[in-house]
Design a protein around this ligand. Structure first.
Ligand code: NAP
Length: 312
């Protein structure tokens, strides 16, 4: 029979890694299953400056790598697989990936969020050909050209600032006339000579010949349509899209309680199924940050431990 773990954690972002640190340190047989690489969203973040003890200017991938080392140090196993099927009822939970099944007495779901798409014509066609959802990954490809960022939240404005390291000019296209981003981030962007803003503007279509060269945008107040063309000699521009995040929880519909796609838990990270917990950005909560994800992971692991010893 397959090994039955005490705790299986799905997702290797700060919530999952923190849960693995706490579960491993409590001597629980702990397995963390990650789809791609450790870190989740922070692995693509150019800077994590608001995590206590974090080093200013250190990128998220480095922080995530340290967290992963810490959790392995406490005996947690990490495997790379994408879970396609969950069987969560009963004392032994079964999680299926392609050709593999993992069994655990408790499960912590920490699968996070993924970027929301604009949903406009051309977006899918030019993804990786001028359209990007990760400034750290793709920013260096767009040196000395004029590029665009869609969105008005912390991610859009923070990453626009980061992109000025490479681009000649960064224009933030936002659908309203004021930003959602926090005041300090706004102030920094406003003071940056390379950043300008197109207010009350939505993107209607993305066009190009192989690579993105034209963004069709509409002013929602005047109805004016503008075509923003690549200006450089290479005829290329880029659009970095940061218009929010969405959890991939369709797989749990009808199984776990969801609200707007997010998993509903109590303060102890318990879901509606005994022995199943959720932690981090995948759960319904008011503040999605590294620190709150890490805290959720710790709470979920402590309660998984209590559940295993019959103390819940
Ligand atoms: P967000 O705060 O939800 O902002 C999304 C932005 O995209 C908003 O400005 C929104 O416009 C715009 N938007 C949404 N759908 C759109 C669409 N279809 N077309 C055009 N624009 C659209 O998302 P986020 O910036 O990714 O941040 C997510 C969470 O992480 C937030 O809680 C944020 O505070 C946090 N975060 C924190 C930091 C930090 O503290 N350093 C860094 C990054 C993220 P409206 O404003 O009109 O709604």
């Amino acid at each position: 029979m397959d090994k039955i773990y005490d705790v299986i954690i799905v997702g290797g972002g700060p919530a999952g890694l923190s849960a693995a640190i706490y579960a491993g340190r409590s001597n629980l047989a702990t397995l963390l299953i990650e789809r791609a690489g450790e870190g989740g969203q922070i692995a693509t973040s150019s800077s994590v400056e608001n995590y206590p003890g974090g080093f200013v200017g250190e990128d998220g991938a480095v922080l995530a790598a340290r967290m992963a080392e810490q959790c392995k140090g406490f005996g947690a196993e990490i495997v790379y697989a994408e879970i396609k099927e969950y069987s969560l009822e009963g004392e032994v939970k079964r999680l299926k990936a392609y050709g593999k099944e993992f069994c655990g007495r408790t499960v912590i779901i920490a699968t996070g969020n993924s970027p929301t798409r604009l949903g406009v014509p051309g977006e899918a066609e030019f993804a990786g050909r001028g359209v990007s959802y990760c400034a750290t990954c793709d920013g260096p490809f767009f040196k000395d050209i004029e590029i665009y960022v869609a969105g008005g939240g912390d991610s859009a404005v923070e990453e626009a600032i980061y992109l000025t390291r490479f681009a000649k000019k960064v224009t933030v296209i936002h659908r309203r006339d004021s930003l959602r981003a926090s005041k300090s981030i706004q102030d920094e962007a406003m003071a940056n000579e390379k950043i300008s803003f197109m207010w009350d503007t939505v993107i209607k279509e993305l066009k190009g010949k192989g690579l993105l060269d034209t963004i069709v945008a509409e002013n929602v107040k005047t109805g004016e349509i503008k075509e923003l063309h690549a200006t450089g000699e290479d005829g290329m521009t880029a659009l970095f899209v940061f218009v929010g995040m969405k959890p991939e929880t369709e797989i749990f519909e009808g199984i776990l309680d969801l609200e707007n796609g997010y998993i509903v838990t109590d303060e102890e990270m318990r879901t509606n199924i005994a022995g199943v917990f959720a932690a981090g950005d995948v759960r319904k909560k008011s503040l999605r940050q590294v620190i709150t994800a890490a805290a959720d992971g710790a709470i979920a692991a402590a309660n998984a431990d209590r559940c295993l010893s019959g103390n819940v």
